[in-house]
Design a protein around this ligand. Structure first.
Ligand code: IPE
Ligand code: IPE
Ligand code: MG
Length: 248
């Protein structure tokens, strides 16, 4: 790829799994005197563009935070429009993603989601299940704490029917009960929109992720911002609690 930031010297340092908290849509709209919904619409355009460019980075997994369970606290008019945008995203963009060999998985709770959207999610996952290109996880109606609680409840059920022995529970078994089961932890987490917090995203999975905060609001996020985040990541030394600086 001629315009890729990857080359033979840094190829092995690239992140395999990137997660993004796409934040700042509301502020983007407010700055322009527009309703918040216009910011979400623009944010979806940014996402679409990013998905077309992401091939250049040879990322294996991309996990995007698009709607949190905590976002139900917002006015109904806004949450209804956010539901509508996911519906539009699947209806308009799924065929292109499928053509590009992208596997789509929606992670999060199915509670409070309209049945019509659940059907769309199920069919998007079924259509792309055998795709071997980018593995795209969309966190929708997602909460890191609820994901962990949900895993604990299901582990409890498995114990009660004798499928697992509580003494043998380890990290691997626990992870197999998370929505993200089978997907390795993110290497890099990017948050746009200048806030410096994790906001209940992937609480278990981010334990050793490199964190990158981007000032720009999500609708303004572009290839240059992604380049900067990945370049920054490739210069970091990941130690996982060890003392060796070249584990990367
Ligand atoms: C992120 O943008 C999208 C969602 C949380 C659904 P926000 O809507 O949080 O935008 P700001 O943070 O208010 O600017
Ligand atoms: C995080 O952004 C959730 C998403 C981007 C979907 P929020 O805007 O909900 O987070 P807070 O409220 O600033 O922590
Ligand atoms: Mg926000």
């Amino acid at each position: 790829m001629s315009d890729s930031i990857l080359n033979e010297n840094n190829q092995n340092k690239k992140p395999s799994h990137v997660a993004i908290i796409m934040d700042g849509n509301g502020r983007w709209a407010k700055m322009r005197g527009l309703p918040r919904y216009e910011g979400h619409k623009q944010g979806l355009k940014t996402l679409r563009k990013l998905l077309r460019e992401v091939n250049n980075y040879e990322i294996d997994y991309l996990t995007l935070f698009s709607f949190s369970i905590d976002n139900w606290k917002r006015p109904k008019s806004e949450t209804a429009k956010l539901m509508d945008l996911l519906r539009k995203f699947i209806l308009n963009d799924l065929s292109e993603l499928h053509k590009n060999n992208v596997r789509v998985r929606i992670i999060g709770s199915r509670e409070n989601i309209p049945k019509s959207i659940i059907n769309l999610i199920d069919s998007a996952e079924a259509l792309t299940i055998n795709n071997k290109g980018l593995y795209l996880q969309i966190a929708f109606n997602y909460s890191g704490r609820d994901e962990i609680l949900n895993a604990v409840k299901n582990i409890g059920k498995s114990i009660s029917v004798g499928i697992i022995d509580p003494v043998k529970i380890n990290q691997e078994i626990f992870e197999s009960y998370l929505f993200t089961s089978g997907v390795p932890d993110p290497d890099l987490i990017i948050r746009s929109g200048s806030e410096k917090r994790i906001s209940n995203f992937l609480l278990w999975q981010l334990s050793y992720a490199e964190v990158y905060f981007e000032e720009c609001l999500w609708p303004d996020f572009d290839k240059g911002n992604l380049d900067n985040a990945i370049k920054d990541f490739m210069e970091r030394s990941r130690r996982y609690g060890n003392v060796i600086s070249e584990i990367n």
